[in-house]
Design a protein around this ligand. Structure first.
Ligand code: GLN
Length: 215
């Protein structure tokens, strides 16, 4: 089985642990630098990215997280987690940093102050052949992806309203992010997509480390 950490300095940690456990992964909280070394993948939950950034730095998690993401560890960020994975952010606090990894520009609180939260059914580009259909997406003071680099795959866009067409789910290699909160409401398909990425990466790695003995 794969061990997936949920960054647990701030935000809705419990819902992600429950979703990952239900999918058969070993789900653990990550609060210390040593715990960053013991996971096959990482979920960064929703919450408040400015606070999360401060705590990540205060707990000395920034360096190990940035390094492991750069080394190819799969990571999935939801809402504030999407902000944390973005290489560039707009409407950030002056000293706000991200972990980076995703070649995107993300706008914080993009849907405007009047629109605190809303829900929409979105078309989603599934990798799992068993998954199909729309996602019921819950947005809470959500960001959107303002610009995405050439290697970034767009998985979902806002379907209706003033923001129709805005990018709200992306993947680039082993990194995945959604503006919305799939952990709300019991739909496990997006977590399942991430667990598959983690399993594939884990297999690839054990294959690579075993191959010399197999000759
Ligand atoms: N607006 C929050 C931020 O900037 C994100 C909100 C959320 O994660 N639900 O971090």
């Amino acid at each position: 089985t794969v061990r997936i950490g949920v960054l647990a300095v701030q935000g809705d940690v419990r819902e992600h642990l429950a979703a990952l456990t239900a999918l058969g992964a070993e789900a653990v909280t990550v609060r210390r630098p040593s715990e960053v070394e013991q996971i096959d993948g990482l979920v960064i939950p929703g919450g408040e990215s400015t606070v999360m950034d401060k705590l990540v730095r205060a707990f000395e998690l920034r360096e190990p997280l940035v390094r492991r993401i750069a080394e190819g560890m799969p990571a999935y960020g939801s809402c504030a987690g999407m902000i944390m994975l973005a290489d560039r952010i707009v409407d950030a606090r002056p000293d706000q940093q991200t972990l980076g990894g995703l070649d995107v520009t993300v706008r914080r609180n993009a849907f405007g102050r009047q629109v605190d939260s809303f829900e929409q059914d979105l078309e989603y580009v599934w990798s799992d052949p068993d998954s199909s259909g729309t996602v019921h997406a819950v947005f809470i003071r959500a960001p959107w992806v303002e610009e995405a680099g050439a290697d970034v795959q767009v998985l979902a866009r806002v379907s209706e309203g003033a923001a129709a067409g805005r990018i709200v789910a992306v993947r680039q290699g082993n990194l995945m992010a959604t503006s919305f909160h799939p952990e709300v409401g019991g739909d496990r398909r997006i977590h399942a997509e991430f667990v598959s990425i983690v399993r594939a990466h884990r297999l690839q790695q054990s294959g690579a480390s075993q191959s010399p003995e197999r000759e």
